[in-house]
Structure formats: C-alpha cells, structure tokens
Design a binder for this molecule. Structure first.
Ligand SMILES: Cc1ncc(COP(=O)(O)O)c(C=O)c1O
Length: 411
C-alpha cells in the first residue's frame, strides 16, 4: 500500500535551546538557489569565497578554512582522525559532555587517550592544563572551547603557547562559540578548530566549518593516500599510517578544495550556500557588534532570571554569552515546564544531559534568536509556566529586570 503523508508544515517555534536555533531567513533563501555542478567555475568560485569568509570568522591567515559536510561532529572527526594515528597520546580536559565526546572520538581513532576532569559548571586554568601536558606528554591536546552541556567557555588564550612549548598539536571544538564570542585562532595559536552552523551562525545543522594550519598540513601530508581511481600518475603518497577514514581525510579534502580540485565527495551544494550566507551575514554585522549583541542578551536574560529569584548554574565568570543554565527550582517538574513552554507558547528551551539531567534548563540566545523580543517573550512565558507549576514570585519581575537592562543601553 502506498502511504502518502501531508505536505511538510512545521509548527512555528521560537528555538531558545542550546541549538539548533531559528535559521536566518536569508540563509533559508540562499538554500533555495539552483544547483550547480561541483566543478562549474561559478560553484568553485563560491567554494573559494566561502574559504575567504571562513578565514575571517576564524580570524586566521591559515590557507585552509573549509567545510566538512555533516553536522559539527563531522568537523571534529575529520580533524581528529586526520591528526591522530593509532598509538598517539591524546590529552582531553573534560568539563562537560563534549569533552567526553572528544575523548570518545580520539579513542576510536586509535589514540591513547588520557583525560583530566573538572566538575561540570567550571573550567580549567592554563596551569592545570600545562601540568597535565608535562605529566602525560601528549601528541595532541583536544579541548572544547564552549561546552553547551554546562554553558561554560574555557579560556584558550594561553593554551596555544603552552602547546607550542611542549610540541603538542592543539585542537579545539568551537561549535558553540563561533559567531557568538571571539574565536581567535591565530592569536591563540590553535592549530586546528572545528565548528557547526546551527548555533551562533544561525544556519541549519549539516555543515561543519574547520580551519587548520601548516603544522596540521604536515601531519596530513605525511599520512596522505589518494584513492586509486582518482590518483594521478606520479602522485606523491605519504609514508605515514593511512588516515583511517576516507570521507574525513583532510589530505583528500585539501586536494578537493585546493587548486588541484581532485574529485572527492560531491560537495553539499545547498549547505555550502547556507554556510556562505550565514558567515557573510555575521561578518556584515561586524564581529564585535555581534559579540556585544550576545553579551547584552545574556545580561538581560540573567537579570530577568535573577529577578524571578531563580538561580543561575555554574561559574558566571566563564559562562558563554549565548547560553544560560538555570537551576530548576526545588519541587518544580522541569520537563513539565518545558512541555508547557512548547505547547502553549511555542518556545523551546533546553533540557540537559548526564549529571545535569533534571537539574538545569538551558536557555539559548544565539544568532538570529539573540534579540530583545526573544528574551522578553521567553521570560514572560517562563514566569507564566512556573506559576502553573507552583513557583510563584512577584509577577512581571523577570521581564521588568530584563527591560531595565535593555533600557539602560538607550539612556
Ligand atoms: C560544543 C559542541 N560540540 C559538538 C556538538 C555536536 O554537534 P552536532 O550535533 O552538530 O554534531 C555540539 C552540539 O550541541 C556542541 O555543543
């Protein structure tokens, strides 16, 4: 029997979780542009433009800034599988769920993984990381920049120097931070960085911007093996251990995105359009202006939550500006509140994982959603839902406190 469903008609939602968030309509429009062949000069020009835009958002002079087709973890896997040869020692400082993910991916790459851990809600000092590097002498340090599971941002500014001093390759996951707060790849001396589109860049999930420098290129070249069916006669192969994934092999990705345009996968045309537009919009706004917009929303949202006598989660000195953890008040059904927010107000806020499950909500103010209207509507709705679930405080206090922050700016 043929089963035919109705036309897609998703309910309108205000996505205020830790991502994905509402996609900028200009990005959706870019995605509806016609297909081009992958070697059409018009399309390869878009690939080159995308690389130029990515270099600017990553604040890098690296030659290599490109897209991996897949969600943010595709970018993580591409860099880690290309960097880590079986037996390489990898140090992963874990301060939330995504540190565990890096450790898991590094170990699937055959890395000999060592972790150090911090309580969720805190971050490491540069000294703690340096001490662990001296003790464990890793080949690679894999460190999350902003961990959405805890809302914390790990400062990276001194870590690159420590890594260079000990000849360690430094990889960081900037999925949650790129486009919402500074990711200073060159100044911080991060050798390889990956991200995603669906958070502060307000694109759909499915494309992972990455960048890497010449230290990483050297490693990849040493491990380079091109598929037999496309290998040019006389091509130079590396003599190191072959990169264990074909799809995520950055040596082959360099041949595809670089001057030789050697065929690899079929670039995801509509996702490239989306990434190009999302990054173009972010740069056109101005990165400093964009970061300031995220900081302001964070101040207004946190003032509103405190105005409602709610408790914020984690070390507030290191909280990301684009996502805020809120402690679920004693006796309140956290999932019930989230369900009511969605069903009655069309607003999605985030639950949490692992040790935080049932303890905090996570409210995102990222990219296109990072606006005064979203903050105010979310606070008003949250207050109404909380009242239904027995948590009653001064009516309107949350919205008033947030408005005061926005009005302060005007004064
Ligand atoms: C810090 C961080 N890294 C990696 C990921 C994984 O991203 P994806 O689900 O796009 O693969 C996420 C997603 O929330 C994230 O927040």
């Amino acid at each position: 029997m043929v089963e035919i469903f109705g036309e897609l008609d998703p309910p309108p939602r205000l996505l205020m979780g830790p991502g994905p968030v509402g996609v900028d309509p200009r990005v959706l429009r870019a995605m509806s542009m016609p297909m081009l062949g992958q070697f059409d000069p018009a399309f390869t020009a878009y690939m080159n433009e995308t690389m130029a835009l990515l270099r600017q958002i990553f604040r890098t002079q690296n030659k290599w800034a490109l897209l991996v087709d897949g969600t943010a973890r595709a970018g993580i896997e591409a860099l880690l599988v290309s960097l880590i040869a079986p037996g390489d020692k990898v140090l992963v400082p874990v301060f939330g769920r995504f540190g565990h993910l890096l450790a898991e991916i590094a170990s699937r790459c055959g890395g000999e993984v060592v972790t150090i851990e911090r309580d969720w809600g805190s971050v490491f000092t540069a000294e703690e990381i340096e001490r662990a590097i001296k003790t464990h002498k890793p080949r690679v340090l894999a460190l999350v920049h902003g961990d959405t599971s805890t809302t914390m941002a790990q400062p990276l500014d001194h870590i690159g120097d420590v890594c260079r001093a000990h000849d360690v390759i430094f990889y960081s996951d900037a999925t949650a931070t790129l486009g919402g707060m500074p990711v200073d790849v060159d100044r911080w001396k991060v050798d390889a960085v990956s991200a995603g589109l669906q958070k502060c860049l307000s694109g759909p999930p499915g494309s992972a911007p990455i960048t890497f420098n010449e230290r990483v290129v050297e490693i990849a070249k040493h491990r380079k093996h091109v598929e037999a069916g496309i290998r040019a006669p006389g091509a130079v192969e590396g003599n190191g251990p072959r990169i264990q994934s074909n799809y995520f092999d950055i040596a082959m990705l360099m041949d595809y995105w670089g001057e030789s345009r050697l065929n690899h996968h079929t670039e995801a045309t509509s996702m490239l359009y989306a990434a190009r537009e999302a990054v173009r919009i972010a740069l056109a706004e101005g990165l400093e202006e964009r970061f300031a917009r995220h900081r302001l929303a964070s101040r207004a949202l946190t003032a509103g939550l405190l105005g409602m006598e709610l408790q914020l989660f984690g070390d507030q000195m290191h909280k990301m500006p684009n996502v805020t953890g809120v402690v679920i008040p004693q006796g309140v059904d956290g999932d019930g509140v989230r369900r009511m927010m969605l069903d009655d107000f069309g607003i999605e806020i985030g639950t949490s994982f692992g040790p935080m499950h049932g303890k905090i909500w996570r409210i995102g103010t990222m990219g296109y959603v990072c606006r005064k209207e979203s903050v105010l509507v979310c606070l008003g709705a949250l207050e109404a839902c909380l009242r239904r679930f027995g948590y009653k405080r001064a009516a309107g206090a949350g919205v008033d406190a947030a408005l005061a922050i926005y009005n302060e700016k005007k004064a």
